[in-house]
Design a protein around this ligand. Structure first.
Ligand code: SF4
Ligand code: SF4
Length: 381
């Protein structure tokens, strides 16, 4: 497994990190983690040289941290750096302290120390919470007490806010950003990556495959990707190598849901190196990015942060079906119409009452309440 510098710190991490946000689900209950398989996958990744595991308080409805704790028993925890995140949005007047969250997370993970502790999903409102409740000072106290190693943040705001946050605190060890060939100017983007790396921060990449959208993109996108060398490499490989091509990237977190996905990503990570794409290839990536924007009407990454909807609408599933219906130009119409009909009535876009409650939680700033009626209309109301 290739290793890469963790910013200006005196250690390296594996090129591929294990993201525990999209763990395998039970075939008989899609709301529940397939625990034996998830544990097998995490341990297999560690055996193959992955030494960075990323989880968070809300992943899998709060079950991800506990699952990771289970997987890290039997000595696996000593072979990996563990990162988890403070649910910044749950801090408020009635809950001003970090310690109760951190202590529960340590217990879920079965550890007395978290290597990298992040303020989760910073956007303007959560950054205001960070300042109002002096969260960084609380994290420094936790570090003094030996409960956490490095202080970091994950980010879903815009570039000016990213720079403001990077500049606000000299002790940041790392910034975790959404970054892939289709998102070079979205959120922190390439400029944010370079800004943080120049200041010695490690940059950890999330959403390298844009919630799966870059795995099997529409034909117009595939045509642009096919011009990139090697021409026969699948889109997953192209997306991952595009990231490892850039020296500022420390590790790439992939949310793997099957053993086959893990094996494929491990193979790519073993072959990773900086400087693998030339200028002509970069032009083809840019053309693919433009084709993707034109093809998909909704930029949903299926992160599920918008859930639960009080009406029970399955927001990401509706957007997934709608995107495919539009992007694949009618070829998947019948399939997607059937899939939509198979959803429970309360899960369908037609159940949305446009309350807008979900929108503040969407890191992609999608106008969910406005788009849902269009989705319902496209599937016949
Ligand atoms: S706007 Fe629609 S989808 Fe969003 S929370 Fe309200 S009812 Fe649910
Ligand atoms: S609508 Fe937004 S919050 Fe919901 S799954 Fe999609 S990207 Fe995530």
């Amino acid at each position: 497994m290739q290793h890469r510098p963790f910013g200006s710190h005196d250690f390296q991490v594996s090129a591929l990190g294990f993201g525990a946000m999209r763990l395998p689900l039970r075939s008989d209950d899609q709301a529940d983690i397939d625990r034996p398989q998830a544990i097998r996958m995490i341990r297999h990744a560690i055996d193959a040289g992955v030494d960075y595991l990323d989880t968070a308080w809300p992943y899998h409805g709060g079950a991800s941290e506990g699952l990771c704790g289970e997987a890290l028993r039997d000595g696996y925890g000593e072979r990996v750096r563990v990162a988890t995140k403070l649910p910044t949005w749950l801090i408020g007047d009635s809950n001003p302290l970090v310690a109760p969250f951190l202590d529960e997370q340590l217990q879920r993970l079965g550890r007395d120390h978290i290597d990298v502790y992040l303020l989760h999903a910073l956007q303007r409102p959560f950054w205001e919470i960070t300042e109002r409740y002096e969260l960084i000072g609380q994290l420094e106290d936790a570090r003094q007490a030996g409960k956490i190693g490095h202080i970091a943040f994950s980010f879903h705001g815009d570039l000016p806010l990213f720079r403001e946050i990077v500049d606000a605190y000299e002790g940041w060890a790392m910034a975790q950003i959404q970054y892939n060939w289709a998102n070079t100017t979205v959120q922190a983007g390439r400029a944010g990556l370079e800004y943080a790396a120049a200041k010695g921060l490690a940059v950890v990449v999330m959403e390298p495959l844009l919630g799966g959208e870059l795995v099997s993109p529409p034909p117009s996108v595939l045509a642009a990707l096919a011009r990139i060398t090697p021409a026969d490499q699948r889109p997953v490989g192209k997306a991952l190598h595009w990231l490892w091509d850039q020296p500022g990237v420390s590790t790439v977190l992939s949310g793997m849901s099957t053993m086959a996905q893990l094996e494929e990503n491990l193979d790519h990570a073993r072959a990773s190196r900086a400087g693998c794409y030339g200028d002509a290839d970069q032009d083809h990536f840019q053309a693919a990015a433009e084709a993707l924007v034109a093809a998909y009407p909704v930029r949903c990454t299926k992160c599920r942060y918008c859930l639960p909807c009080p009406q029970g609408v399955n927001i990401p599933r509706n957007f997934e079906l709608y995107n495919d219906k539009v992007a694949f130009e009618g070829r998947q119409d019948q399939h997607n119409n059937v899939m939509y009909r198979l959803m429970a009535e309360h899960e369908k876009a037609s159940a949305c009452v446009q309350c807008g409650e979900c929108e503040a939680r969407c890191p992609q700033s999608i106008e969910i309440a406005t788009i849902m009626p269009q989705v319902a209309e496209s599937f016949g109301g």
